[in-house]
Design a protein around this ligand. Structure first.
Ligand SMILES: NCc1[nH]cc(CCC(=O)O)c1CC(=O)O
Length: 345
């Protein structure tokens, strides 16, 4: 038997609790900038209010080198635990730092429009790579960038550096290094593009898989076609072409069983009905590289005016093509003699 509940109307009337979408973020300047951009995009496109929830990760507090922390995923795991524990609704990752292996309980729900995927040289005195003096000291913590630097300039002294973007630029302004190599995307998000002295083109200098892309992770129970705030938000900020390109590049890494610190460059271009993918695997000292490319056709163009195409069959079909193309390209790189890279998938 139903009993009526007494209703108490608060003075000032009934007010709906303000609902905000909680975005988990690391505390670094780059992470805050990335989450700020995502938050702004969500509110602009849906009107949903957002809030940033800070999450401290072991990778942020440790001074140890990334490889001694277990390689890939040190930054991702604390954010993922916060998401699984219900402390936030979505988390934002630099997609290139995200391990390619799926994480139980979570999905990449969206990839927003991609920032510039290229690498930049930030050198003293406006110098380009060719203009750097003999035996110049160039800083990077990335084996891929080290190999690419040495492939172009075998005389360079590559110095292994750590730290956030500001710290790295500081090595140049202090005179400790002649230059550093950084992603254009990070410099752009931090408003530091004035430090760039040369941008390397992707056809001669392919960058890390998914560089410049952000991955928005959510619980796998998310209904992609749902009307709740999380579903609406991720749909509103997803960019189908960026998702497909980043997935194709990451599938090359997965196929090579390589992690984000492997000396592998990959670059995908998504056209109306084609996917172009190119990848290079470098010897650590830059003395040699194995490169190959692939072109795949999508069976039909995505109609972006039809919302079911973006979260349903249209995008899924493209992602499947991207995954197969990446794996096939990895297989041909391996059979063309690419060095084994089973380092930490
Ligand atoms: N590994 C560090 C890292 N992770 C993401 C970025 C910014 C570039 C991006 O968003 O892909 C950077 C800095 C860099 O590579 O210069």
């Amino acid at each position: 038997m139903l009993r009526e509940r007494p209703t108490r109307i608060p003075a000032g009337g009934i007010r709906r609790r303000a609902v905000t979408l909680r975005i988990g973020t690391r505390g670094s300047a780059l992470a805050l900038a990335q989450c700020g951009d995502v938050a702004e995009l969500i509110t602009e496109r849906t009107g949903i209010a957002t809030e940033l929830v800070p999450v401290t990760t072991h990778g942020d507090v440790s001074q140890a080198s990334l490889s001694s922390l277990g390689g890939t995923g040190v930054f991702a795991s604390a954010l993922r635990e916060a998401l699984l524990g219900g402390a936030c609704d979505i988390v934002v990752h630099s997609m290139k730092d995200l391990p390619t292996a799926a994480y139980p309980g979570l999905i990449v729900a969206a990839v927003p429009e991609r920032e510039d995927a290229r690498d930049a040289l930030c050198a003293r005195d406006g110098l380009t790579l060719d203009e750097l003096p003999l035996d110049a000291r160039v800083g990077t913590g990335s084996p891929r960038r080290a190999a690419q630097l040495l492939a172009h300039r075998p005389d360079l002294v590559v110095v292994d550096i750590r730290g956030n973007v500001d710290t790295r630029l500081g090595f140049v302004s202090s005179g400790e290094l002649d230059a550093v190599v950084l992603a254009v995307a990070g410099l752009t998000r931090l408003g530091r593009t004035e430090a760039i002295t040369e941008i390397f083109e992707l056809d001669t200098w392919p960058t890390a898989a998914a560089q410049g892309a952000l991955a928005i992770e959510a619980l796998e129970t998310l209904d992609p076609a749902g009307e709740d705030d999380v579903a609406r938000a991720v749909r509103a900020i997803n960019d189908a072409d960026a998702f497909v390109a980043a997935h194709a590049e990451r599938s090359v890494l997965a196929g090579l069983e390589a992690g984000c610190s492997a000396p592998v460059g990959a670059s995908a271009q998504v056209g109306e009905d084609t996917l172009r993918l190119t990848a290079s695997v470098y010897a650590g000292d830059g003395s040699s590289a194995v490169s190959d490319d692939a072109v795949a056709m999508f069976s039909k163009p995505i109609d972006v005016s039809d919302p079911t195409e973006l979260d349903g069959a249209g995008l899924d079909a493209r992602i499947a093509v991207a995954g197969r193309t990446g794996f096939d390209l990895a297989a041909s790189l391996l059979s063309a003699g690419a060095p084994g890279l089973a380092d930490r998938p």
